[in-house]
Design a protein around this ligand. Structure first.
Ligand SMILES: Cc1cc2nc3c(=O)[nH]c(=O)nc-3n(C[C@H](O)[C@H](O)[C@H](O)COP(=O)(O)OP(=O)(O)OC[C@H]3O[C@@H](n4cnc5c(N)ncnc54)[C@H](O)[C@@H]3O)c2cc1C
Length: 460
């Protein structure tokens, strides 16, 4: 179906991007053969470090005419294998397109190249008093976040990546460079191609530039930690805090095992109990204190055994640093074991039932599984350590049960990690006939199927 790279095409890629930006070196191929997931590595034939939108468009036209696959690469922090070049061909890395193009401070917007990391972006924006709120734990690129519709701990207040983008420039498979969306916050013009490309995981086009929404850094912030004897009590509190209209800026569930690991490795003062990490933002100190007092009342009523609130910036940073690194800390705490992390999300009212289901599975099978999640969004990650292929296959059956439970509860197979390779098998169950409509869109925009082949659609 696809053709191999020829010396002529390699030479043309060097003309387009400059010889220094086109590599067939073993080290570069291996560095771009797998993301942070458990999925198997696959080699591309060449790694191209894109420099310009026009160069990307020219590369796509070349690859389209020659039927060569192109897989976009942000920085490879994906957790579902979406950036793995499954069918070889060209690995198109956006890592070197990592500049801010323009800050539109008066409009609370910034235009960026796709390869900028969201943490780097926020560090550079600090002087403006504005920030880009979506924050997956890793320093993912804006392009990778848009392509995956990544989310994070602040999504409960500020939305996912899809809610924080206004416009993009996109290179299509046939080499056209198009603009989708506009810098106007209100937009009502035609099909919403912006949101069609968001979450398409590099299967419909390559994002070459994006204009993002920014928000002012809040004047007052408080971090709150509340621990409970049972996961059930913690989860009930999540629903009550959301139901109380308290507008948390973060509302995270961290299980007892994670709390122990964070205490032992990061020195965060936590009991071995299921714990909620929360954050509240306000323009005034009084409003902040009133909100935290209301949260304390809810937590106490629902049986919190420990409650701590702090406005100390260093303590708050330490807590969130620990939360952001909890996955790596857990992996490091299990030398010799492999891990996979699964991601599902349900409506908030169904969250207690979903978490109860995972707890039941753990009791019934006796397997080790950890839970950590963006509870305020009804999103949970279950992390499975495994020692060998047999254990992996067994944990996969548990993964399937949890995904089907989430779907039965009106949820989704993936709240934020995307489909990639790992969730493709659930697409028919989740989307039904809508999956055929997705295939039609794919066929219209990428008739030769060169863009990130083997992803999203099962068995293709
Ligand atoms: C420790 C850790 C914590 C994480 N926490 C979170 C979390 O809280 N929330 C969350 O959502 N995710 C999380 N992730 C997953 C990951 O960070 C996100 O999926 C992120 O969006 C991937 O960005 P990336 O730049 O690494 O993209 P990559 O992994 O390189 O690519 C991801 C997908 O985007 C495509 N792509 C990349 N750039 C472009 C582009 N310019 N145009 C078109 N397609 C493109 C790729 O082809 C691929 O399909 C975490 C990962 C790790 C390792």
């Amino acid at each position: 179906m696809f053709n191999a790279l020829t010396p002529d095409i390699l030479a043309r890629l060097r003309e387009i991007h400059g010889a220094d930006n086109v590599s067939t070196a073993r080290a570069d191929i291996e560095l771009h053969a797998r993301d942070q997931s458990h999925h198997e590595a696959h080699d591309a034939e060449v790694v191209v470090f894109a420099q310009t939108a026009e160069g990307i468009a020219a590369t796509l036209k070349l690859a389209n005419d020659a039927h060569i696959p192109v897989t976009a690469w942000g920085v490879g922090t994906g957790l579902e294998g979406a950036a793995i070049p499954l069918h070889g061909g060209i690995l198109l890395s956006l890592e070197r397109m990592n500049r801010i193009v323009e800050v539109h401070a008066d409009d609370f917007q910034v235009t960026v190249q796709p390869g900028i990391g969201h943490k780097d972006l926020n560090a550079q924006l600090a002087r403006t008093g504005l920030f880009f709120p979506p924050d997956p734990g890793a320093n993912a690129t804006v392009g990778g976040m848009l392509a995956n519709n990544a989310a994070g701990i602040r999504t409960v207040k500020y939305g996912a990546t899809k809610d924080n983008v206004l416009a993009m420039q996109v290179a299509l498979a046939d080499g056209r460079l198009i603009r989708v969306g506009s810098r106007s916050v209100k937009q009502s013009s035609g099909y919403n191609l912006l949101q069609l490309i968001v979450g398409s995981e590099g299967t419909l086009g390559i994002i070459t530039e994006a204009t993002l929404k920014l928000v002012p850094v809040p004047a007052h912030m408080s971090a709150v930690v509340a621990s409970f004897d049972t996961v059930e009590a913690a989860v009930e509190t999540v629903v009550a805090v959301r139901g109380g209209g308290l507008d948390p800026a973060a509302l995270e569930l961290v299980d007892a095992a994670h709390c122990r690991m964070l205490r032992e490795t990061e020195g965060v003062d936590l009991p071995d109990k299921p714990t909620l990490f929360m954050e509240f933002h306000a323009a005034g100190r009084d409003a902040l204190e009133a909100g935290v007092a209301a949260v304390r009342d809810i937590c106490t009523e629902l049986g919190a055994v420990a409650f701590r609130a702090t406005t100390d910036a260093a303590e708050r940073k330490k807590l969130w640093h620990a939360r952001h690194h909890s996955y790596e800390i857990m992996v490091r705490s299990h030398p010799g074991m492999h891990f996979f992390i699964m991601d599902v999300a349900v409506p908030i009212s169904a969250y207690p039932e979903l978490i109860g289901f995972v707890e039941d599975i753990k009791r019934e099978t006796g397997v080790t599984a950890y839970m950590i999640g963006h509870a305020g969004d009804g999103n949970i990650h279950v992390e499975f350590p495994y020692a060998d292929e047999a254990e992996f296959a067994h944990r996969m059956t548990l993964n399937r049960r949890i995904v089907h439970k989430a779907l039965a509860l009106g949820g989704t197979a993936t709240g934020e990690h995307g489909v990639g390779l790992g969730k493709a098998e659930f697409m028919p169950a989740e989307h039904g006939d809508a999956l055929d409509v997705m295939r039609t869109v794919k066929q219209a925009l990428d008739p030769h199927g060169i863009l990130n082949p083997g992803k999203l659609f099962p068995g293709e």
